[in-house]
Design a binder for this molecule. Structure first.
Ligand SMILES: [Zn+2]
Length: 170
């Protein structure tokens, strides 16, 4: 059922969306069963209100779906929640798309600019334009700014972009 999604990816996403509590809740839901918020609170030891908050966050990202039924004893509606692994996959894909877009922008920037650096690993690289404004003095340590070879950065970015493109089949 979770062929395309390994647990690690699932927990990472849960953590991004709702922190450690979301991870604990997703672990309980992973087997594909339906749960009420109260079930999940009992199983995880997390307070009902906090479980509800996490479930709504997961719901906002379409990672869980709900089914409503009427409790025959009380007559009240009860919601049961279920993980939607196929949408987890969609979430991963859309995150990768966003990362790819950012990497491409960064790559274009690196390709299109010359950089200067003082040589101190704790200081920032600056663009040629910034270096001109700074009269070739490092903004942090005051050292002399020299041309910085950003080819290794470009190569690393190109590699990452290629990997993501392959994963996304583009
Ligand atoms: Zn410096």
């Amino acid at each position: 059922m979770y062929a395309n999604i390994n647990d690690e990816v699932l927990y990472t996403i849960a953590k991004i969306i709702g922190g450690d509590e979301a991870v604990a809740i997703v672990k309980e839901m992973k087997n594909g069963e339906e749960f009420t918020v109260e079930d999940l609170a009992l199983r995880t030891g997390i307070r009902v209100n906090d479980v509800r908050k996490v479930i709504y966050k997961l719901y906002n990202h379409s990672l869980v779906a709900s089914r409503r039924f009427r409790n025959p004893e009380t007559g009240w509606f009860v919601f049961q929640w279920k993980l939607q692994p196929e949408l987890v996959e969609g979430f991963v894909q859309s995150m990768k798309q966003k990362i790819l877009k950012k990497l491409r922008i960064r790559l274009e920037y690196e390709r299109g600019h010359e950089f200067y650096h003082c040589g101190n690993p704790n200081c920032p690289k600056v663009s040629f334009e910034e270096a001109m404004e700074l009269v070739f003095r490092c903004p942090k340590c005051g050292g002399f700014l020299r041309p910085y070879d950003n080819r290794p950065v470009i190569e690393a970015l190109e590699k990452k972009v290629r990997e993501l493109e392959e994963e996304l089949d583009q």
